[in-house]
Design a protein. Structure first.
Length: 240
């Protein structure tokens, strides 16, 4: 690591002959790394039949990492289902906590450019009983778009997760137009991927979360401005 600190930086080439010199464009030389997790982590508490978000709190890293959650013992990885979702940013979401979710959890990360990774500390997740269940709602940090301001030609990932009991189902539409060709809907319909996004893909995308009591719409406004897409949310709640 100390050697990397000395040799990383910007480099350029100078070519010289008897008539003069020319300088090439600079190139940035960087090295991937993952720091250490903070090994002190408090336990988490949640309510039965209520939603819960658990944050990874990853170490510093470059350039990018992938996230894996482990329960009780490594490598017992948390499996996603209709209640459980791992966001692209590493946060773990339960649409509705159940007693079976009690346990010890750990967030783990791995570099996208090497096999290097780090294991986070284990911490307890407790589930307390509650006389009522949570009404359908979207967490405060949704909607999520990855990347947040994508450029033309990039893959755009839109995430839609709701808290509530009964556990909701999800459906994607596009206001005033069909979904673009080649769109990918995955992860129990919670994720919509626009591969190699184009200018004509801009518009209003609607995620509807529904259970047998209410439905709620989460609208993504994708606008085009100077080769950059910007996403804005809008919410709607209605009873069935």
């Amino acid at each position: 690591m100390i050697l990397y600190l000395f040799i990383r930086g910007k480099y350029h080439c100078v070519a010289t002959n008897q008539y003069g010199s020319i300088v090439s464009e600079s190139v940035q030389l960087s090295f991937g790394f993952i720091g250490e997790f903070n090994l002190k982590r408090s336990s988490e508490n949640g309510l039965e039949h209520w939603g819960k978000a658990i944050y990874c709190d990853p170490p510093q890293y470059f350039p990018d990492i992938q996230y894996y959650w482990v329960r009780d013992v490594f490598p017992n990885f948390v499996e996603e289902d209709s209640r459980t979702f791992v966001s692209f940013d590493g946060n773990l979401y339960f649409s509705s906590l159940e007693n079976i979710d009690r346990g010890r959890y750990s967030c783990n990360v791995q570099s996208t450019v090497s096999s290097n990774g780090r294991n986070g500390p284990f911490f307890s997740v407790e589930v307390r009983q509650h006389p009522n269940y949570q009404q359908l709602k979207f967490p405060n940090n949704f909607p999520k778009s990855f990347p947040e301001a994508p450029r033309v030609g990039e893959d755009v990932r839109l995430e839609c997760v709701a808290f509530g009991y009964p556990v909701p189902n999800y459906n994607w539409t596009r206001k005033g137009a069909p979904l673009p060709k080649g769109v990918i809907i995955t992860n129990y319909n919670r994720v919509l991927v626009l591969p190699k996004v184009k200018v004509e893909d801009m518009g209003e995308y609607v995620c509807r979360a529904t259970n047998d009591k209410v439905f709620r719409n989460l609208n993504f406004f994708i606008l085009f401005n100077n080769t950059t897409f910007l996403s804005f949310p809008r919410f709607q709640l209605k009873g069935l």
